[in-house]
Design a protein around this ligand. Sequence first.
Ligand code: ATP
Ligand code: MG
Length: 660
Amino acid sequence: MSDAPDIYPPSQEFAARAHIGSMAEYEEMYARSVEDNEGFWREQAERIDWFEPFTTVKDVSYASDDVHIRWYTGGKTNACYNALDRHVDAGKGDKTAFIFEPDDPNTQEARHISYAEALRETKTMACVLTNHGVKKGDRVTIYMPMIPEAAYAMLACARIGAVFSVIFGGFSPEAIAGRIRDADSDFVITADQGRRGGKTIALKANVDAALQKTDADGPTVRHVLVVKNTGGNIQWHESRDVWLHDATPEAQTTEASGGCPCAHMDAEDPLFILYTSGSTGTPKGVVHTTGGYCVYTSMTHEYVFDLHEDDVFWCTADVGWITGHSYIVFGPLINGCTQVFFEGIPTFPDAGRFWDVVDKHGVTIFYTAPTAIRALMAQGDALVTRASRASLRLLGTVGEPINPEAWRWYHETVGDGRCPIVDTWWQTETGGIMLTPLPGAVPQKPGSATLPFFGIQPQVLEAASGEVLDGPTEGILVIADSWPSQARTVYGNHERFVNTYFTAYEGKYFTGDGCRRDEDGYYWITGRVDDVINVSGHRMGTAEVESALVLHEAVAEAAVVGIPHDIKGQSIYAYVSLGEGYTPNEDLRAELRQHVRTVIGPIATPEFLQFAIAGLPKTRSGKIMRRILRKIATNEHDALGDTSTLADAEVVDKLITGRR
Ligand code: ATP
Ligand code: MG
């Protein structure tokens, strides 16, 4: 692929229809957004409906002895009202909100759900909650499969002002119990079972097991509301458990008599708590509030995905992650858009599923993660090309740095060279997309998240001194000023919030990521700050070395970490998983080390290279957990740290056995 271009300008056709159709337009609006930041965000606030106007746009301090972040104070609004009611009130009730695509296309039917139906179901659930004593400010834990009821549960909480905490349906009883305790939650919403890749997931049983743990010091959870999904066998706790369908008639009576209207929430009332994925340490209960979150997620969803009325949007994330919160539930619904809501996984019934669903529902905008792209790329092109993908016009990625090789495959093979790619960098803590190309304006470079979104002020700092670096450079990525969807605190632990994000560099939001800025001002995320490797004084991002490895045809996925080295300071330890049809052997090991040497230079040659036969350790959201790989590489496997967010613990055991 040496003749592949380094830069991909938007096509004229795409630009002509785009909201932001040229670099000049982007630059002008961006300049305005930082020069008159408050004026800009005052105007943008009009994209949502307010019950009462706000009095102050922005009240923010990043000073480490007084960190507070407030937007639109005095304003009253409701996230559910903006996502559902107002569209129905405006006569758009018949528009499809969700196209539900089930796990197994051979035995289950896809289903269109209108905004009116979504509102009806949400209202019912809201009334069930109030009938069972859930009040504004209470924390409700949601542990659901990817069925529309998961979204209704979140929206129902938002409607009545309860603070929801969604736990990904793949987490263990241990992880659920920890999060219920941390959030001090006394109400759980779940389903009997979930479906994923043809398997059933014992959700209710996991909740039962979790509550056994939390009940050890006296019961804390009053009720478990259960959605009947598969109809499979479950255990029942008479006084505690409530079937949604049993509670529905009473809820409908409540609703008919005017119950469960949208609570008038202060802009700064908490909307949800969400635990980070745990790539670097113990998960933190990040708190997001109402007004600014709605404004920012809907705005980014419209501009980054260049949303038009007739688009069919599909974000493949689970609602258990921030991506699902912001770009399945809130952003898209607030924008009144039609989207695919997918219960399944990319490899079931086979690895062509994504592209089949794209054809089946005429998906125009597709948003997924590098882990999925790399996995599907390793399966070969035939599964992609058997689908036409003719409806696609824009592709997106989020979650990790995307290797240029995977970017190009996504662009050429999935998008037939026709669709721009938005590589979106953001975090649970940022609530919405921060760095991204605007697809009709910003030429894309494979592997770069390119430029800041409106109102976002990234800076690159010199790690040791904290000095702000100008021009092309490399260092620590920080954000100099607030934006409306920024996390406000860590639940119950503001000190941890301050210490994690505002003490590393006084007056700046510390992202924890390293980055490079090139001669065009484009940002390239090089990896977590902890993952930056220093070999004989040469600083290297893990992303760079991994991308070099993935460039080799035999490599499906790679992860590298730095380990201590007597002379060089650090040396590189690489883990490699191979593509279909390749077997690990000494020749290949030598070839791969030589390959990195050729691509980057001798300094980047991995000292050790281990084949990860069973794959790499990942969080349940699909991110490579380098902190665990570092421990394995340095033979400290009795000190792996928090492993509760690990998707598959066996992978770790296999790596320990196969250590170089
Ligand atoms: P924890 O904070 O608990 O360690 P986490 O950082 O993995 O977990 P998330 O908030 O889901 O939790 O992930 C945000 C991180 O993901 C970013 O800080 C960055 O490292 C990485 N990331 C997300 N999108 C991109 C992207 N487009 N390019 C590069 N890195 C990305
Ligand atoms: Mg993080």
